[in-house]
Design a protein around this ligand. Structure first.
Ligand code: DQA
Length: 147
C-alpha cells in the first residue's frame, strides 16, 4: 500500500524557517523520518513538498484516483484554500491533517481549517513526530479493517 505525505508552502524551508516555532529539523529530516517509519510498518511512502497550489491539487487527485491514504500538511492553504479542501473531499481513503505547531495556540486566523471537517483526524503540535504518528495510525487502521 502506498501512502502519500504531502507538504504545502514554505515547508521546504524547515530548519531555516522560524526555528523558534518550527524547530531545527529540515524537510530532508522529515522525509527520512517518514521513510524509516513506513519501512518499519511495511508501507510504501511518497513524501512530496510544493509551494504551488496547482501541483498540490494534482497530487491529491492522484491519491484520490489510487484510493491511497494521505497525510497532509497544507500549511497556509489550510486556512483559506477551498480548492485544496475540494480536492481533499474527493479522497476515498484516510486523510490525516497534520501541523507541526499547535495551531490552536497561535493567531486566530490559524485556528480555522478548511480541511478538518473533510479529514479523518487532525494532529497538531507534535512537530515532525506528528507525521510518524499519522503513518502509524494509518497502518493500524488498515490492519483492523476487515478484508
Ligand atoms: C503549519 C501551520 C500553518 O498555520 C502555517 O501556515 C504553516 C505550517 C504547521 O505545520 O504548523 O505553514 O501548517
Amino acid at each position: 500500500m502506498r501512502v502519500f505525505v504531502l507538504n504545502g508552502p514554505n515547508l521546504g524551508r524547515l530548519g531555516r524557517r522560524e526555528p523558534d516555532k518550527y524547530g531545527h529539523r529540515t524537510h530532508a529530516d522529515l522525509v527520512s523520518l517518514c521513510e524509516r517509519t513506513a519501512e518499519e510498518l511495511g508501507m510504501e511512502v511518497e513524501v512530496r513538498q510544493t509551494d504551488h497550489e496547482g501541483e498540490m491539487l494534482g497530487w491529491l487527485h492522484e491519491a484520490a484516483d489510487e484510493g491511497a491514504p494521505v497525510v497532509l500538511n497544507a500549511a497556509a492553504w489550510t486556512h483559506y484554500s477551498v480548492a485544496v479542501r475540494d480536492a481533499c473531499a474527493q479522497l476515498r481513503a484516510e486523510l490525516v491533517e497534520v501541523h507541526l505547531t499547535n495551531v490552536h495556540r497561535r493567531e486566530r486566523f490559524r485556528q480555522h481549517s478548511y480541511l478538518s471537517d473533510v479529514a479523518t483526524g487532525v494532529l497538531t503540535g507534535f512537530g515532525v513526530f506528528g507525521y510518524a504518528m499519522a503513518l502509524r495510525w494509518v497502518a493500524e487502521n488498515r490492519r483492523s479493517e476487515p478484508g
